[in-house]
Design a protein around this ligand. Sequence first.
Ligand code: SF4
Length: 723
Amino acid sequence: MNYPKRAISRGYTNRILSVDLGTGFISTPELDSKVRDYFTGGRSLGLYLLHSAITPDTDAADPRNPLILANGPLGGIPQFPGTAKAMAVSLSPLTGVPGVSNFGGYFGAFLKYAGFDALQVTGKSASEFMLVINGFTNEVTIEEAPHDEEAFDLESHIAQRFAAAGYERRNIAFMSTGIGAVNTDYGCINSHYFDVTKPAKDGGKGVWRTKQAGRTGIGSVMRRKGLLAIVVLAEYPHGENPYGAADWGRVLDAGKRLHAIVKEIDPQQLKMHRKGSAGLITFMSKDEYQSLPVKNFQGGSDPRAHQICGKHYAEHLFEHRGMDGCFPGCNLQCTKGGWVTLVSGDHAGRKAWVDGPEYETAAGFGSNLDIWSAEFIMEANWHCDNYGYDTISVATIMAFLMECFQRGYLTKEDGEGLELTWGDEASALEFLHRLAHGTSEMARVAGRGMLAIEKWVAERFEKRTGKNPADELALFAMQTKGLPFSFYRTHRSLSMQGSYAAASDIGAHHAAAWLIKADLLGAFPTFQDKARALMTYPRVRLGNDNLGVCKLPWVDVFNPESAKRLGEDIYINPASQDIYADFYNGMLGTDLNWEQIFAQTDRDINLQRVMNVMKYGAETASYDWIPDRAVGPTEDSLYEQEAAYNDAELERVTGKSVAGMATTEKRRLLMENRKSELRRLIGVYYAERSWNSKGVPRVASLKELGLWDFLGRETRDRLSELQ
Ligand code: SF4
């Protein structure tokens, strides 16, 4: 199908690409300006498109469930740091509610350059295809895909095919999945791009690199549609004002200012350009924070943390030559990577390029499995990307299984000869391979997610012993709404507990409200501060996902000017927010301050909640909860592990001495108090959002917000019934 070329105007192409794989019908509808101005782009636009494509009864496996990839109006503009981000949106096969995952690399930008603000794929094909969006010839085609089960084989074949057709590798970007997306419900999508600056294995220059849309199983949706890859061929727009900014000079000035701050400050602060995000490991592991998950969140700190921290990677494993921005213009350059020789699987002995690990992967495959080998973590990272499944979900489920073996809920027989034990690298790698191919019952069930494997373990144990351990397993099966936890141990951060439980509507993930670091540093000293943070931070964080910008140049580079902003929350880095507001106003021709810009995120936060309510109904509030393990010690020995801190907290909240009190009683009181505080926080959060006590948005407030007009009839009817 051919489509007309179109210039970018104020960061938009004002057009969607819609593909039905069932019928082969391809169309390029206009993006309605009312929808654009209300939902902005990226995640928000994706949620609107998702809502429009489904009914309240559609499930993730339904061919009507769309796969949506959307950029935002500030995405793909290399004159400003960190404009790499785009969003994947779909109903999640893991949770059944809208799944959202951001991803870096060039794809989002190239999709815009090729002429589209979003791609929406519906339908299912019996054969395996790839979609090719050619921004040079202005043509969209559905083509036969190379029959590769692994993402890096697919990468080689796609690269060869388009290079042979005369395209330069730097003009090719694509999204891929692998066999792990078939055999699990938490498949990821790899975003491939060619880094021309990185030294290659053979001594030449240029390496294919990947970022991932990792969470919520959107790769599984893509693969089950029969879609192995989506390729976009494009070049950067040229000219005086290539992205159609309302005030290009203002954009350039904002870009230069943020660039200068990143350049000056990062080397003095987190050194992301050397360590990547894994530098966070030792911070979370600090004795006073106890926030690095160890052995399935049983512990929060370990003296070996430095062995898997960013500093170790920076000094021993990362290849620093070349540029590590996941999109041109990002001088934070946190996308680190290096070469590692694989020791397991079909590729044992191969020297492979690994993008990462980022903090989550390092904590998930490291501390949380009690494995302290950086090389192991890099290998696990590579297999996950190659198989096409989410590192976080895989690692959290594996930690749960290790604890099941530790506590005798599983035996070697259950694992068909494989026993997963803490610190055992070989068995962990073997599990990764089994999981990808579904080669044991335990692996096949684990592929269906945390809830499925929890149930399976309970049934096996009951069959063997006559006792049903479901209640005990629920204490440490680390999931919310079916999504396995990312890696923050939240015992010492009530705000982060609230984030995982209620502010993240996709389930237990930190993207919406990563409050733990600021909370540990003392940013939210009072209960009211914590409740307010659950409102203000998601507006910015999810707002960034709507705009197409990366959060890290904002959240990980503290602008010294912010420290001077008396009377404001300096932890939200207001001086840098002002720069983002200039970028936004320069592109869109508006005149809003950063708070006004990000207050618009309330629209899509409510839309997402409305879609969750369509699944959960009157039970919505009961899904806004976290397992006991995320709240505090789940057994006496774990209380004793942090006895001084726990005793002090208990004395503070009860106003009484706990000297001489039995640990069991102290633990009961502590857990009771923490849960009650969490319940109270969630209640305040609902009230702040104008949701009722069941977590359901009120019709009147949706009307006031203007969202009501964009909701489907059935959705409005059901919401009205639930008031
Ligand atoms: S800060 Fe890191 S993740 Fe964000 S755009 Fe830059 S390189 Fe990519």
